[in-house]
Write a protein that binds this ligand. Structure first.
Ligand code: UN1
Length: 505
């Protein structure tokens, strides 16, 4: 595919994915590709009034959907997974075109959607509550999990489709409907997913109500309408901590549930006993993969002084030779930054790092002959954790620091606002266990001998502190999408009161 053919090729791809022409318009939201920076097509934007109507349809859909038995709802998600399998190559390519991910990562993102569908299908027969011992004779106490309502999803450009699916696959089996406001930077992949979902609905038949899955194309205003709407009892938002603070407060003001997946400033510790070959590969993927634009991207490397000289020069070499370019090309590991603002953000952070005494390797703009903003990932040796090291810059910058004792390394790791993901490279069992203990990493994800990124869907995904505290995907994350009722049943002929209270009338 020549770069100049990108818009036409993408339109053909959208057709194959059955995105209807009705989505396009002469005025509205421009969809770009970071590969060349070109506009692919202009999209019709959803108005606030249309947003309210979509939420209304989703609310009606919920009232019908909650009556469909959960394993039947699972069958719908099974069909969704099947459609995603059928369209994996096309949708993966569209992710590559619109988000700039290299081919295997674009496909990997669709695989993540398939995985969560599989998980949710199994879950649809396992939405268990407990039966609890009661203190009253001839009574039974139990809990039941019921569908909650319309689930709002606001997603970011960097995982333009997988994040929706972590929420939607669970929400659907839990009996909720979903209204999705994707990032303005990645509306095309969202429209393709909506078309795929509609096909699964069609195959499932009339039991899948109109409005089960709604999509809103546009900017802040409609996102805000979704956040403020009292018919939306749960909303998952992925993005910056600044955005999450605003959204979280608005949701709290109307007592809606928030699943906040915000910034990460993830670290890895390299201990004296680390397998350095393995660490090198783990660090390279976690720090440079997705051009440093995952929330789980490795941003801080805390290296024991005894292995610093054995590891860092090797790592600098890898940074100097990693292949940067058109993400569709075989062998390319680092694609473009999402846009010009990301490039300037990166250069600003590197400038601040230099001013704070950092030595910068790489970080320069790379001309790949295709337009777009391509950079060599930067490795920055820092004297200490100051300035830009303390915050998330959404670009491939890895700050490297030295440590002497493990408790010092853990303190450095925990001393930032974000609390998403973390890892340690060590072959020492005491160090590994300390790192994942209550006194160790304070993050939602703490790994040993793998980097902080690339989580599987089986675990609950999310982080603490300024990352927002939300959990999505596996484990018992499903509980957020349902409401719990505690039921006490009396099958006796008397009315014993709890706590020995007597009330004889
Ligand atoms: C994100 O960056 O928004 O663990 C999510 C990972 C991916 C998800 C990242 N499975 O890196």
């Amino acid at each position: 595919m020549a770069a100049t053919a990108l818009p036409q090729d993408t339109l053909a791809l959208l057709k194959r994915l059955r995105v209807s022409d009705g989505a396009f318009a002469s005025k509205g939201l421009d969809a770009h590709s970071p590969i060349t920076g070109e506009t692919i097509v202009t999209l019709r934007e959803t108005s606030v009034a249309e947003t309210e109507a979509a939420i209304g349809r989703a609310q009606s859909a919920f009232l019908a959907w909650r009556k469909v038995p959960a394993p039947r709802r699972g069958e719908f998600v099974r069909l969704l997974g099947e459609e995603l399998r059928t369209h994996k190559a096309d949708l993966g390519l569209l992710v590559t075109i619109e988000a700039g991910k290299v081919t295997s990562e674009g496909l990997g993102e669709v695989q993540e959607m398939i995985d969560i569908c599989d998980f949710a299908v199994g879950l649809s027969r396992q939405l268990y509550g407990l039966t609890i011992a009661t203190e009253r004779a001839n009574h039974r106490m139990m809990e039941t999990w019921h569908p909650l309502g319309v689930c709002g999803v606001i997603s970011a450009f960097n995982f333009p489709v997988a994040v929706w699916s972590w929420n939607a696959a669970l929400a659907f089996v839990c009996g909720d409907s979903v209204v999705w406001k994707p990032s303005e930077k990645t509306p095309l992949t969202a429209l393709a997913v909506q078309a795929i979902t509609e096909r699964a609905m069609k195959r499932f038949g009339p039991e899948a109500p109109v409005g089960l899955s709604e999509i809103l194309i546009g900017g802040r205003e409609i996102g805000d309408a979704l956040v403020q709407d009292h018919r939306v009892p749960i909303l998952s938002a992925t993005g910056s901590t600044r955005m999450g603070k605003e959204v979280g407060q608005k949701l709290a003001a109307r007592f809606a549930r928030a699943i906040l997946e915000l910034g990460g400033n993830n670290a890895a510790i390299v201990a004296p006993s680390a397998d350095l070959d393995l660490a090198l590969r783990g660090i390279a993927f976690a720090a440079m993969g997705t051009a440093g634009q995952r929330c789980t991207t490795l941003r801080r490397l805390i290296v024991h002084e005894s292995v610093y000289d054995a590891l860092i020069p090797r790592l600098i070499k890898v940074y100097g030779s990693v292949k940067i370019g058109d993400p569709r090309q075989a062998g390319v590991l680092v694609g473009p930054l999402v846009d010009e603002a990301a490039y300037h953000g990166m250069q600003k952070a590197l400038g601040e790092a230099r001013a704070a005494g950092g030595t910068v390797h790489g970080g320069e703009k790379v001309d790949v002959g295709a337009g777009g903003f391509y950079v060599r990932p930067a490795l920055v040796e820092m004297p200490e954790q100051v300035g830009p090291v303390e915050r998330e810059t959404f670009a491939p910058i890895l700050y490297v620091m030295k440590y002497r004792a493990l408790d010092q390394a853990i303190a450095i790791q925990n001393a930032v606002g974000a609390g998403l993901s973390s890892s340690i490279f060590t072959l020492d069992m005491r160090e590994a266990e300390s790192f994942i203990s209550a006194e160790g990493s304070d993050c939602g994800i703490a790994n040993v001998n793998i980097g902080p990124s690339g989580a599987e869907i089986g675990g609950a995904f999310g982080g603490e502190k300024e990352t927002g505290g939300g959990r999505e995907a596996g484990s018992d994350a499903w509980k957020a999408y349902m409401r719990r009722a505690t039921n006490t049943l009396n099958y006796g002929t008397t009315l014993p009161l709890a706590q020995g209270v007597s009330f004889d009338v």
